[in-house]
Design a binder for this molecule. Sequence first.
Ligand code: FAD
Length: 503
Amino acid sequence: KHALMWFRQDLRLTDNQALTAACDWVRQHHAAKLKAIYITTPNQWHQHDIAPIQLDFIQRHVSLLAQGLASLGVEFELIQLDSFKDIPAFLTGYCEEHAIGRVFAGQEPEINERKRDQACIEAGIPLSLSDEHCLLPPGTVLNLSGDMYRVFTPFSRKWREVAAKQPIVPLGVPAPLGPILPEPKPLFFKNIGFADSPANKGTAPSETGLNQTISTPLISSEQWAAGEGQAKRLLNQFIQQKVQDYKQDRDFPAIDGTSVISPYLAIGVLSPRQCVAALLQRFPEVIVDDTSPGRTWLNELIWREFYRHLLVAFPDLSKGQNFNRQAEHVQWRNNRDEFLAWCEGKTGYPLVDAAMRQLNQTGWMHNRLRMVVASFLTKHLLIDWRWGERYFRQHLIDGDLAANNGGWQWSAGCGCDAQPYFRIFNPMSQSEKFDPDGRFIRKYLPELASWGVTRLHQPNQQKMPSLFEAPLLASQADYPYAIVEHNAARARALTVLGVLKKA
Ligand code: FAD
């Protein structure tokens, strides 16, 4: 019998528990060989609204993985199916045909992915899952009653307590299992529909009933260097040069102050253990010492784990459920024109618009701005957070269900441990505080290059429409007038979102 390594959101050779276990299994079984596969499921991906840029990034990494595996003497095959539901039957046949005695893979936290694996196990596929998408697997950071925390601070305290007790040492690349194989050709995913997928056309969420094209999401990920080596370089550069200033710099989008490793973490080119281990090398006390200069960044990695643990503990989150059920009563306005203006970066609020253009032009957005635009959509415009969540998913290279859902529900005030509904970001003061000289705004809104800095932080107020007046976009100007007036929008949000008040 032979072994099969099934790669999913763990597109790396280093620190890959499933791959290491598969190699060990092969070494322990006489004459056994290891094969490796990746399965494309374009139809499923469209249902999940994966951004074309993220798919392109995955495709490039699958090619690199095939090359890396060839150097370990492991044969790689790209399998092209349609949906998750096709996988159990396919794998049953594949295991028979290739005399596979064990299939190794990394666990994933999302509900459809877990159902897919369950269906494989029920079909008799000998699937061994290793839980490594988090440093501490879901279910291992619980409160005294054995339940998942609903608030971040006690979760993070417990997380550090548990993490401090274990060695945090990434696994190396497994030793070759056989002679080097010929270098495989670059692989291309078929039928992923870059030309005709709904995601590609950038259509609005189906709830809007709109067919208008918003902005076509980026397809090519070439702005992003690919490869495990590149991901490790970014991580190490950040740890060596920037992590000590992260606390001061991380909120300023014009400063290159965060790690920008999220695209690699989202598809598993980098593991969370590699990140924490790199941080520990520089700051060995970071987990136990509250004053360690590496602590703020560690906290962000713990937020990532918090949202993944939540997704597993509350599977309904994967289905777009409000964490706070009171939010079912929110009367979202869901104005389509306003949604389009937000998507295109035409709200007339420069910081919001520059942020949306960063997303549309690069496939990535700075964290401070994700919070600003999410607050603006859900509070100033009173548009259902799920519309924004879906738009992000369709455009982000680092799209990640747990973090995206968590971030959106937090911003809308209906999530677990959310920003309270009555805290409404003021886009003008956010702008003054976090882009004081307007450098970020000018980069993405070059049409405002001649505006003075004071004006850059203000909504474009000439001919401000009254709050309830549509349509909103001023076609006669290069830059649109503000689509809502801040104070009125704020007052309206407080009234409408008041239903989120805890009983
Ligand atoms: P750094 O600041 O260097 O942080 C290191 C890593 O920690 C990140 O790469 C990421 O994996 C993790 N992380 C940091 N902040 C958070 C956070 N608040 N929640 C969860 N994980 C975090 N992140 C995604 O990876 N994918 C998403 O789809 C996503 N959607 C978001 C939507 C909204 C509305 C908000 C408010 C946040 C979202 N985030 C998402 C979290 C965060 O904005 C990004 O992880 C971060 O901006 C990535 O940049 P970085 O790699 O430079 O992060």
